[in-house]
Write a protein that binds this ligand. Structure first.
Ligand code: SF4
Length: 257
């Protein structure tokens, strides 16, 4: 499988935040989020490492849980087998995924951490993993997600909720909803009130708060401060949790850890 890096750090996000963790970052991503903080993992390049050797590297890196991430880790056909092998080695395993690919092959003993992208997370394009030319992704109604006409959600801390409730996340495979359990978690990265309102409305519309163990909202690093999102969460009265990326507070956004 194609591996970008194996390293030990502190899990900075979600329900496992604060735990020592060995990260396995697999190569390649089928999305191009404008605020992506691991662009070096987007391309298909990576070291070809046999699955058994990946497990060895994880065990040699040190104790703690293991997070299989990317890029989009499920682009690698062997990713579910890697998760199975890490579980068999006695590790708690979390899989961080963008939810665009089927999740049903991931063993249920692993925790799924699904980062559902808002309709505005991309510059209007997505590139196939095969290297095929980019294509434009159109939202329902034929309006490009990155145009002001589409962004009906007002911006700013005091803005009223006005995001379209019936707009699905364009890169989330809806069949994955049936795979999610109370073991799993979903997060939304938001940059303004419109994106936050959309996340609240879509999550409620698909019963997400009852389906998974935790639903997080957090700021895209450098776009808005976490305190603003915390205020929105309190205003919403929904069972949302604030997600901050502790590793960036600890070591800075540019550091790979
Ligand atoms: S899905 Fe993740 S790795 Fe892929 S472009 Fe978006 S943020 Fe980056």
């Amino acid at each position: 499988m194609k591996v970008v890096e194996v390293f030990r750090s502190i899990q900075g996000e979600g329900t496992q935040a604060g735990r020592p963790c060995v990260f396995v970052r697999l190569a390649g991503c089928n999305l191009r989020c404008t605020w992506c903080d691991t662009p070096y993992a987007q391309d298909e390049a990576g070291e070809e490492v046999p699955l058994a050797d990946v497990v060895t590297r994880v065990l040699e890196a040190g104790p703690g849980m293991c997070c299989v991430t990317g890029g989009e880790p499920l682009l690698q056909p062997d990713a579910p087998d890697l998760v199975r092998a890490l579980l068999a080695a006695g590790r708690d395993v979390q899989v961080m995924t963008n939810g665009s690919l089927p999740l049903h092959a991931v063993p249920r003993e692993a925790v799924l951490a699904v980062d559902v992208k808002t309709p505005w997370a991309h510059a209007g394009t997505v590139r196939a993993f095969t290297g095929a030319p980019s294509r434009t992704v159109h939202a329902p109604g034929g309006i490009r997600p990155d145009t002001p006409a589409f962004r009906t959600g007002a911006t700013g801390p005091g803005a009223a909720a006005s995001a379209p409730a019936n707009l699905p996340p364009p890169h989330f495979d809806p069949s994955n909803l049936s795979r999610l359990t109370r073991r799993d978690e979903v997060k939304f990265v938001v940059r303004d009130r419109g994106e936050f309102d959309w996340a609240c409305q879509w999550a409620a519309s698909v019963g997400l708060f009852d389906r998974v163990g935790a639903v997080f909202a957090g700021p895209a690093w450098g776009s808005i401060d976490a305190g603003t999102v915390a205020d929105w969460i309190l205003d919403s009265r929904l069972p949302l949790r604030l997600n901050v990326q502790w590793h960036k507070f600890l070591w800075g956004a540019a550091t790979r850890r």
